[in-house]
Design a binder for this molecule. Structure first.
Ligand SMILES: [Fe+2]
Ligand SMILES: [Fe+2]
Length: 174
C-alpha cells in the first residue's frame, strides 16, 4: 500500500509543551497535507469497489459520495484554520480566537459524524472474505485516515484550542 495512507504515531504529551507555532506547523504538514493526499485516493478506491462489486450485500454502497463530501468539508475547514485561526493563535490573539475556535470545534463534531457514517457503511471496516485487493487497500487506507483524523482533532481540541482558551481566561482575570 501507498505509504501516505499509513498512520504514524504522534505524541500529545510532547505537543502540550510545544509552542503554538510549532504545533501549527506540525498539524499542517502531518495532517492537513496528508488528508489532501488520502481523501482523493480513498474516493478513487471507493468508486472502483462500488462499481466492481455493486449488488453484493457487503458492498459499501454510497461510501464514495460520503468521502467526497467529507473531503470538500474538510478542505474548507482546513483552509479556515490555515488562513484565519492559526495565524491568530500564532500571534497570541486568544480573545479574538474564541469565536472561530467554537466554530472549528462544532465542525470537528460533524467530522466525527462522517466517521460514524463510514463505520456504518463498511460494517466497522470489517474486510469481507470476498474482498479483492482494492477493497482491502480501501479499508486499510480508511483505517489509517480514521486514526489520523482522530489524532488531528484531538491535538486541536485538547491541546492547541484548550491552551488558547486558558490563555484568554488568564488575560481576562489578570
Ligand atoms: Fe486542522
Ligand atoms: Fe480542525
Amino acid at each position: 500500500m501507498n505509504d501516505i495512507l499509513l498512520a504514524a504515531p504522534t505524541d500529545s504529551a510532547h505537543w502540550r509543551r510545544a509552542s503554538a507555532a510549532d504545533l501549527i506547523e506540525y498539524l499542517i504538514t502531518r495532517f492537513h497535507e496528508r488528508h489532501r493526499v488520502q481523501l482523493p485516493e480513498l474516493v478513487r478506491l471507493a468508486r472502483r469497489v462500488e462499481h466492481t462489486h455493486a449488488g453484493k450485500p457487503s458492498c459499501p454502497s454510497g461510501l464514495a459520495d460520503v468521502l467526497e463530501t467529507l473531503y470538500q468539508e474538510l478542505e474548507s475547514h482546513m483552509l479556515k484554520e490555515e488562513q484565519v485561526l492559526f495565524p491568530m493563535l500564532a500571534r497570541g490573539m486568544h480573545q479574538q480566537a474564541r469565536a472561530p475556535i467554537s466554530v472549528m470545534r462544532f465542525e470537528h463534531e460533524h467530522h466525527f459524524g462522517a466517521l460514524e457514517e463510514i463505520g456504518r457503511l463498511t460494517d466497522g471496516l470489517a474486510v469481507p472474505p470476498e474482498a479483492c485487493n482494492t477493497w482491502r487497500a480501501l479499508y486499510g487506507g480508511l483505517q489509517a485516515f480514521q486514526e489520523d483524523l482522530t489524532q488531528h482533532i484531538h491535538l486541536e481540541n485538547d491541546v492547541l484550542f484548550l491552551n488558547s482558551s486558558h490563555a484568554a481566561e488568564g488575560a481576562r482575570d489578570a
